[in-house]
Design a protein around this ligand. Structure first.
Ligand SMILES: Cc1ncc(COP(=O)(O)O)c(C=O)c1O
Length: 381
């Protein structure tokens, strides 16, 4: 059997067609498709303003430059996130303060967040992890109470709504990534959203060499180049039409896993934040046998990925933390991502489920772990 990969973007003739048109138009830097794509994103997310960025990492960096927070002030970031959330803050001259997450939703634990706020805190960066929203109501309440800015890392949040509003439209500024493993993709790319006109103007200047329009050589502000190509935007513009299909298929696959893996071994799943929709990023499982199960699945042709390694333990980030962040560590110790993409077939899902069932049968034999009979009984034998 071929290897079952973690991700595979849903690409068809529509991307090729728009890409061809883009090249034929001979306008390769930001142009007609970039405009169409941004207009679509603004309508879809109901965001007042949006600009493109070359990728999510630089999108976060650009957003933080626009926010212009006091140098060396503290920004609270969940330790359970992708590296870029923290590094963007450091490169923007801020000090990351890592917060723990909720054991069930994997999103920032708002109850523990307040104790991390000091008179140096300038911002909170909630990360909408794995395809659902953080608890934005409580985060906004805290930010209001302590006068903090909110920058939402919605890299994984395309299509996710919280209380009927798209993630990324709650904070002062936010980023959604269109990297190749995201729900829809432009290969590399991202958007930065804001509802604030002043921030929007700053974003425009920062991303385009300190001027509002190309073709002029008087630059009223300091700025850099955060533009993308129109070819990427053409691919993104073709992708947005596929969102509902991709979502339906992913939800169907997610449900098949959930039913098939219910009561198997010690497996636990993610709980979706109340008031949030879910655009599944992968299928997530937690088990005390992470290492062994990953090895077993890889040996059986199933590509796995670990949950994130905690930010507060990263070689270059641990200097920012001198306290324990236990749930994030536990998630790393137990978490595995299973493949969940548009092309995954039902028989592949059954194969993955059966492989996991087989693994837990072996674990029982090998180590005589005292599972309850209920946990081991399943419909797949
Ligand atoms: C939570 C999170 N933040 C930031 C990023 C960075 O985005 P990009 O890969 O587009 O640079 C990613 C991932 O790709 C992510 O998952």
């Amino acid at each position: 059997m071929h290897k079952i990969t973690q991700v595979m973007p849903y690409i068809s003739v529509s991307e090729l067609e728009l890409l061809k048109t883009s090249v034929e138009q001979k306008w390769l830097t930001e142009g007609p498709y970039s405009e169409k794509f941004i207009d679509y994103i603004k309508t879809f997310t109901k965001s007042k303003y949006a600009v493109l960025a070359p990728n999510g990492t630089l999108g976060l960096f650009l957003a933080l430059l626009a926010l212009d927070l006091p140098k060396d002030s503290e920004i609270i970031i969940p330790s359970f996130t992708f590296y870029a959330s923290a590094t963007a803050a450091i490169f923007a001259g801020l000090k990351p303060v890592f917060a723990d997450v909720d054991e069930n939703t994997f999103n920032i634990d708002v109850l523990k967040l307040e104790s991390l706020i000091t008179n140096k805190t300038s911002a909170i960066m909630p990360v909408h992890i794995y395809g659902h929203s953080a608890n934005m109501s409580n985060i906004i309440e805290l930010a209001d109470k302590y006068n903090l800015k909110i920058i939402e890392d919605a890299a994984q949040g395309y299509g996710v709504t919280y209380k009927k509003n798209h993630v990324g439209t709650f904070g002062d500024i936010s980023m959604i990534s269109f990297f190749a493993d995201k729900t829809i993709t432009m290969g590399e790319g991202a958007v930065v959203l804001t509802q604030n006109e002043t921030l929007y103007k700053k974003l425009k200047l920062l991303r385009n060499q300190g001027r509002f329009h190309s073709g002029t050589f008087i630059h009223q502000e300091l700025g850099m180049n955060f533009r993308v190509t129109d070819m990427q935007a053409a691919v993104g513009f073709a992708q947005v039409n596929k969102f509902q299909n991709i979502l339906n298929q992913k939800l169907k696959n997610y449900e098949a896993f959930k039913i098939g893996l219910a009561d198997i071994g010690d497996l636990k799943f993610i709980s979706i934040e109340k008031d949030s929709t879910f655009v599944p990023f992968r299928f997530f499982i937690k088990t005390r046998y992470k290492i062994e199960l990953m090895k077993f699945l890889e040996n059986n042709g199933i590509q796995t990925r670990s949950f994130f390694y905690p930010m507060h333990l990263q070689p270059k980030l641990k200097q920012y933390c001198n306290y324990k962040i236990p749930i994030t560590e536990k998630l790393y110790n137990q978490g595995i991502c299973l493949p969940l993409h548009f092309y995954l077939k039902q028989d592949e899902i059954m194969y993955i489920i059966n492989s996991i069932v087989k693994f837990f049968d072996k674990v029982k034999v090998r180590t005589d772990i005292n599972y309850s009979a209920k946990n081991l009984s399943c419909q797949h034998h």
